[in-house]
Design a binder for this molecule. Structure first.
Ligand code: KG4
Ligand code: ZN
Length: 364
């Protein structure tokens, strides 16, 4: 089946056409998914980042207006003349006015084409984005094989969703079966990168530029706190770390004229503090919940140091580790289409009347 995915929750206008073949669907129980094969037939991501850059962050009104202008050509390019069997659209969480653009477009197409429509949770889509990896040589298994009740299972998994707006730890028993076991109490991990970059005058978004300078810096130069590392639960807090960076900058360079060497060290030390907390708490959760694997998703999972540290800790424990390739870490619609496949039981032709956007939609 061909699924059109539509994503407009933040500052990327995205559409994708995904072909999904379930070779064993006639044999498997409803609760099982086996041997899925995916082919991305079209995948268009139009980023607005250059527009929002000058404001130091995403301006919701501007984002929504841009989505309105670009959504139709983006969808047309992804479809390339083909018609889908199902439409999957992000209905939350995200900026409400941005979400509305994708949702109303999807509803219109569903009505006009008489094609079923399903609403997708953006965070859930980040969680499954690794299934679309093209290069599977360094990961096991190549595809999601076997779910509920199977022998060869990779579940339960600990899912860590780390993006600009969210930091959520989820116990995953399979697609659609989740328990939220921890989340940030204040800033998201990506938000901390963005705010620290702003303090250093490095622009927006902060993650890629901090990761870049961190490579040249010394991560043990400044001993930033590792917030909530020993809190005994799986919640996070990054706003204190951000404040610690601010005080450190004021103390060490009151003029605000940071040398490049200093910037490199702050980036490396800050990044390592975030990584230590993310990796440390995920490992604790995996042990406590007897997980068989760890799944990463969201923009921050593009961080190479984070992946390297996760790899060594997770492989030491003998767990499988799944993370999206870089091109899948940010917002895209291929992951929305894929998650729409998992949700197809709730797809309806009359959903164009019913679906609503929810800015704070939760994964559980
Ligand atoms: O998932 P995403 O594209 O959008 C949201 O749903 O929020 O995540 C964007 C976030 C931004 O905060 C950005 O700074 C961060 O991901 N990010 C990174 C890296 N690349 C992007 N953070 C750390 N290291 C990176 N290499
Ligand atoms: Zn996202």
């Amino acid at each position: 089946m061909k699924i059109l995915g539509i994503e407009t929750s933040c500052d990327e206008t995205a559409a994708a056409l995904l072909e999904v073949a379930d070779y064993n669907s006639h044999k498997t129980k409803k609760s099982q998914i086996s041997n899925l094969k995916f082919q991305i037939l079209g995948n268009v991501v139009l980023s607005q980042v250059n527009i929002h850059k000058k404001y130091g962050g995403v301006v919701p009104e501007v984002a929504a207006r841009k989505h309105v202008e670009t959504i139709s050509p983006v969808i047309a390019e992804a479809l390339n003349g083909q018609k889908p069997d199902l439409i999957a659209v992000t209905r939350g969480p995200g900026l409400i006015t941005s979400l509305q653009v994708g949702l109303q477009t999807a509803k219109t197409l569903s009505y006009v084409w008489d094609v079923p429509l399903v609403g997708v949770n953006h965070l859930e889509a980040h969680l499954w984005s690794y299934l679309l990896n093209q290069d599977t040589s360094h990961k096991l298994p190549a595809r999601l094989v076997v779910v509920a009740g199977g022998q060869d299972t990779l579940f339960p998994a600990i899912g860590l969703i780390i993006s600009g707006g969210h930091t959520e730890m989820i116990l995953v028993k399979g697609p659609g079966t989740y328990r939220l076991i921890g989340r940030t109490r204040d800033d998201a991990a990506g938000e901390a990168f963005d705010k620290v970059a702003k303090m250093l005058n490095l622009g927006y978004p902060g993650g890629p530029v901090i990761a870049h300078f961190a490579k040249k810096g010394n991560s043990s130069q400044i001993n930033f706190p590792r917030p909530m590392m020993e809190s005994g639960d799986f919640d996070f807090s990054f706003s204190g770390l951000k404040t610690a960076v601010k005080y450190q900058l004021n103390d060490m360079v009151p003029t605000g004229n940071f040398s490049q060497a200093f910037i490199n060290d702050v980036c490396a030390s800050f990044q390592q503090a975030v990584i230590d907390v993310l990796v440390g708490k995920t490992i604790k959760a995996a042990v406590k919940h007897k997980a068989k694997s760890v799944i990463l998703g969201g923009g921050v999972s593009a961080n190479e140091m984070l992946i390297a540290d996760f790899q060594s800790s997770i492989f030491n424990l003998g767990l499988a580790f799944y993370y999206p390739e870089k091109w899948l870490t940010g917002d895209n619609a291929a992951m929305i289409a894929l998650t729409g496949y998992f949700k197809q039981k709730s797809a309806r032709k009359n959903n164009w009347r019913k679906l609503i956007a929810e800015a704070n939609l939760s994964i559980v």
